[in-house]
Write a protein that binds this ligand. Structure first.
Ligand SMILES: [Zn+2]
Length: 374
């Protein structure tokens, strides 16, 4: 009797041990596989070289001009960062960034008190400096041609000069002045005044990088503009663009809006349906146009920002950006790590965001320059 009980007890213990072993092994295998998968992805990710479409430079003469005018205290942290190619390239190496496409940041080329002519001269000097950087660091540094609004005609002439005779990436960066009217309004105006010139950019499939600035109607509130106002600036630019049919009228132009286009992806459905109510046109058409935009990940890779951006625009319209040197290095490193470890991101999507989308958006010039690095 005792023997049977002993045997049954032993058998039960063995069965429980087997079941327990199966459960724990299964769990540990799954956990291990997950870790192994992540490690493999992380290892693969370090090999790929990123393209950064949201990076800034401050040519020495530009920095000196800002300082002379007392504008060097206007950076995000009440100081304008200094820039040099050597430090930038070292930081790019650290983060696995192969190519950065540079432009000047706020306050742009149209400085307070400057005439349009003076602003145009400054923009040309900035573009010539960008050309020098692109030639010196072929494939690693490129630049968006800086343009001055509201000089639409002059801007398009300068865009063509930069795209045809300088080493500019196939992209432009219009910078309005303080208290600006939106780039969009200018574009709309140009559509009526000079459609042929706009069509030149459209026919080339040029890329337009819209970087946020202080709002034209800023109230000088205590919270610095870059904390909240910048997010509204690009969101409002996107809504204004689609409301004025600019994206539909010039469908070959590609638009990159900085910092995930503020909160546009989060509020996209609301913006589309509200524009429909105001204009009587279909919400679907506005949603379709809003989804044409590309946005960058600069300081926008948080666990709450990425899901909403990807849900509205998909990973095909998301592009890596750093905001160097205006964002502190540690912030850029944190944001990049958040993008790299975002668990919902498949490896293929990660490649799209970090280089493949840019290679598709820009013309062959960018890709040819990069090939020379190999
Ligand atoms: Zn920036």
């Amino acid at each position: 009797m005792y023997t049977i009980r002993y045997i049954l007890g032993a058998a039960l213990i063995i069965i429980l041990a087997v079941v327990w072993n199966y459960i724990t092994t299964s769990l540990s295998v799954r956990t291990f596989s997950r870790e192994l998968g992540l490690k493999n992805i992380a290892a693969t990710k370090t090999i790929v070289q990123k393209i950064d479409t949201h990076a800034h430079f401050l040519p020495p003469f530009y920095y000196d001009t800002l300082k002379r005018m007392g504008l060097d205290k206007e950076g995000p942290l009440n100081s304008m960062p200094k820039w040099n190619a050597k430090d930038h390239l070292a930081f790019m190496d650290k983060l696995g960034i192969e190519t950065a496409i540079l432009c000047i940041s706020s306050p742009g080329a149209r400085l307070p008190g400057h005439t349009l002519q003076e602003a145009g001269t400054l923009a040309r000097e900035v573009n010539n400096f960008g050309h020098m950087m692109a030639v010196t660091y072929l494939g690693r540094l490129q630049f968006f041609a800086s343009l001055v609004l509201p000089d639409v005609e002059g801007s398009i002439d300068e865009a063509i000069r930069a795209l045809d005779t300088l080493e500019a990436a196939e992209g432009i960066h219009p910078t309005p002045k303080r208290g600006h009217k939106y780039v969009v309004r200018q574009t709309r105006k140009s559509g009526s005044l000079s459609p042929k010139k706009m069509e030149v950019l459209n026919s080339r499939g040029a890329t337009i990088f819209v970087h946020p600035h202080s709002l034209p109607d800023t109230l000088n509130l205590e919270v610095p503009p870059f904390i909240v106002d910048f997010l509204l600036d690009t969101t409002r630019a996107a809504a204004t663009l689609v409301m004025n049919n600019v994206t539909a009228r010039f469908p070959n132009l590609k638009w990159i809006l900085g910092h995930s286009c503020g909160f546009m992806p989060f509020a996209g459905y609301r913006i589309g349906s509200a524009l429909s109510l105001v204009t009587g046109e279909s919400a679907e058409s506005f949603l379709r146009e809003l989804r044409r935009f590309y946005v960058d990940t600069a300081v926008s890779s948080s666990p709450s920002a990425l899901p909403s951006t990807i849900a509205f625009l998909t990973t095909e319209h998301l592009i890596f950006g750093s905001d160097y040197p205006f964002a502190p290095n540690m912030v850029i490193e944190r944001e990049t790590a958040q993008l790299d470890t975002f668990l919902k991101l498949e490896l293929d999507s990660w490649h799209q965001i970090n280089h493949r989308n840019v290679a598709r958006v820009f013309g062959s010039r960018l890709n040819n320059r990069r090939k020379k690095l190999r």
